[in-house]
Design a protein around this ligand. Structure first.
Ligand code: ADP
Ligand code: MG
Length: 583
């Protein structure tokens, strides 16, 4: 990914706001790192007197001090290295946690439309991996920039002080080393990017084959999946090998180039008149410093790619954090109890610009009454309930609850007053109790039992060894569709809201289970302002009013008998279903 200068700087400054609370620890880490770097030439510097005084001149007193100095040096550098690493990791992990928390919290408040457009898997992996990636890169970049730059400067200083002529000669070869490292790093990056894609592909295939395992079995598609996976797997292997080549070729090449500079030094230093000017200690110290110089140079050449990687992650992080929250679209007026007639006035709505889904919808539902919405699939029934619950924001027209426009009700208090049971029941991987009492900080067991009893769910829960403490598995996989639906209904009982939405809450059930649930639902709608959407017309016969929708507006409304007598749309639907049942 390419970043403009300004963009990168903006990302960098935003990242810094997350680091700022921990600046003291970070500064400590940086100072320790700098100390570590500038003590790098001490070892080669010790080698010079060791050889010259110790071996050449046999200076006894001096030899006694060298071992102690060595131990002290390594002790000091070890302590510096450990503490600075600890401090920088401490900061990095704090920042990872903060970023991840911010991303997750922000995601919770994003509008439904955002969820329509983004895959949950991608979102999950973004929140899980990008904060880590950005801090790993930032820590690495910081370490490399500070420690390696200072190390190089310190070593160069020592080299120049030792012998500036020799230093200048060997420096000729350094650009060559840098170019080699750059070339291979570029290749490495290209291959490793492809390799990452290949790995993502593998992960995706595993995920799909595992979660769709029933489909795979029924279609006996094992061979098909096996072959598909084999291709992806092989592709990744090939790329992994190319990565190895790029990774492994660089070290011997750099070593070859370094050996050239070393040979040059040997040739020059030991030649004729120079021979007497360079002591053994100087020579060894020089060589050691030169070799110590290579790793930091190698790392520094690659620092831009580390930064690029970090910036790419930062861009994803802040891209998500910049998505507009849904609450911002409304004025906030917190009313704890919203109760009264629900008034839909001239609602028009389109999910996207291309197709109008609701086209002039007008309806008043008196407080405490049950209204049924019916109509062909796609006629906009669910959309009406989505707008009422503020899952999508109303752009044209108004919905009022007890004379307050929903534009003036905060989403929290609006939704606190609505219970919704839909065809697509979603359960959490938790106990039955915690699913019924979802989001209640202190689940009331007795209240949950009453809710389950009202939802006719106790008959399958009581025989379970753990009762309402039974785990339901991911999305309630251990329960049947009807059982899941009854738990969802119990959840609505438990919530005890004044407005109730039942969106095809029984459509997935057989007639017998439906009869049970039907009783439960009749109990549930009692005393609440309810919207019931159903395909099976027998379930809504007793509604106070039946509203027939077509293409986003109302084409007919009245009570069951009225509409039958009228002999129009409802009557024909009804006869169609009635005759189908007869056969
Ligand atoms: N999240 C969405 N994004 C875009 N279009 C949608 C979305 N949900 C529903 N629609 C479209 O809106 C229309 C009405 O859908 P819906 O209200 O669910 O109908 P019903 O509940 O009556 O079957 C359909 O044509 C559908 O394709
Ligand atoms: Mg629907």
């Amino acid at each position: 990914m390419k970043h403009s200068e300004l963009n990168s700087r903006a990302l960098y400054f935003r990242l810094m706001t997350y680091v700022r609370p921990y600046w003291k620890v970070l500064t400590t880490s940086v100072v320790l790192l700098a100390l570590l770097a500038i003590t790098e030439p001490v070892l080669p510097a010790l080698l010079k007197p060791l050889l010259d005084e110790g071996f050449t001149n046999h200076n006894e007193e001096f030899i006694q001090w060298i071992p102690i100095a060595l131990v002290v040096l390594f002790l000091l550098r070890g302590a510096l290295g450990f503490t600075s690493k600890y401090a920088s990791s401490w900061v990095a992990n704090r920042v990872v946690t903060d970023l991840r928390q911010a991303m997750f919290e922000h995601t919770l408040f994003l509008p439904t439309r955002f969820y329509d457009q983004h895959s949950s898997g991608r979102l999950a992996s973004h929140i899980a991996t990008n904060p880590q990636q950005v801090t790993v890169s930032a820590t690495m970049a910081l370490t490399v920039l500070i420690r390696d730059t200072l190390t190089i400067l310190a070593l160069m200083g020592w080299l120049l002080w030792l012998n500036w002529q020799l230093t200048s000669i060997t420096l000729i070869l350094f650009p060559l080393i840098i170019l080699t490292v750059r070339y291979f790093n570029k290749r490495l990056r290209k291959v490793s990017r492809s390799s990452q894609h290949a790995l993502a592909n593998i992960t995706h295939m595993i995920e799909e084959a595992v979660s769709n395992n029933r489909v795979v079995k029924i279609f006996t598609a094992e061979d098909f999946e096996k072959t598909r996976f084999q291709h992806a797997n092989e592709k990744h292997r090939g790329l992994a090998m190319r990565t190895t080549v790029a990774q492994s070729a660089v070290t011997p090449l750099v070593q070859l180039l370094s050996s050239l500079s070393v040979s040059m030094i040997i040739a020059i230093a030991l030649q004729g008149e120079n021979h007497n000017q360079v002591t053994a200690g100087e020579f060894v110290s020089f060589l050691t410093s030169l070799l110590l110089l290579l790793p930091p140079i190698k790392r520094l050449t690659d620092v831009t790619s580390i930064i690029q990687r970090g910036l790419a992650s930062a861009e994803i992080i802040f891209g998500l954090l910049d998505e507009t929250r849904e609450q911002q679209q409304r004025a906030i007026l917190s009313t704890d109890s919203i109760n009264g007639d629900i008034n839909f006035t001239d609602i028009h709505y389109a999910y996207d610009d291309t197709k109008k889904v609701i086209d002039g919808f007008n309806l008043t539902i008196p407080k405490g009454k049950t209204y049924a919405l019916i109509g062909k699939s796609g006629s906009g029934k669910t959309t009406i309930t989505n707008l009422l619950a503020g899952l999508y924001s109303l752009e044209q027209g108004d919905i009022q609850i007890g004379d307050i426009s929903i534009h003036n009700i905060s989403l929290q208090s609006l939704r606190a007053n609505i219970a919704m049971v839909s065809q697509d029941v979603r359960l959490f991987n938790d106990t039955i109790l915690n699913n019924v009492a979802y989001a209640d900080p202190i689940p009331d067991e007795e209240k949950a039992m009453n809710a389950l009893k009202a939802a006719h769910a106790l008959e399958f829960i009581t025989p379970l060894p753990d009762g309402i403490h039974t785990q339901v598995g991911q999305n309630g996989i251990t329960l049947s569709g009807g059982q899941r639906q009854r738990i969802a209904i119990a959840r609505a009982f438990y919530k005890n809201a004044s407005i109730l939405i039942l969106d095809e809450a029984t459509s997935a059930l057989d007639t017998e289970s439906e009869r049970y649930i039907q009783e439960a639902l009749e109990e549930l709608v009692h005393g609440r302002t309810s919207i019931v959407i159903a395909h099976r017309l027998s379930t809504i016969e007793h509604a106070d009013k039946i509203v027939v929708m077509k293409d986003g507006s109302i084409i007919e409304s009245g009570c069951h008998q009225e509409l039958l007598d009228k002999g129009d749309f409802y009557a024909s639907y009804y006869n169609l279903q009635f005759n189908a049942q007869e056969q």
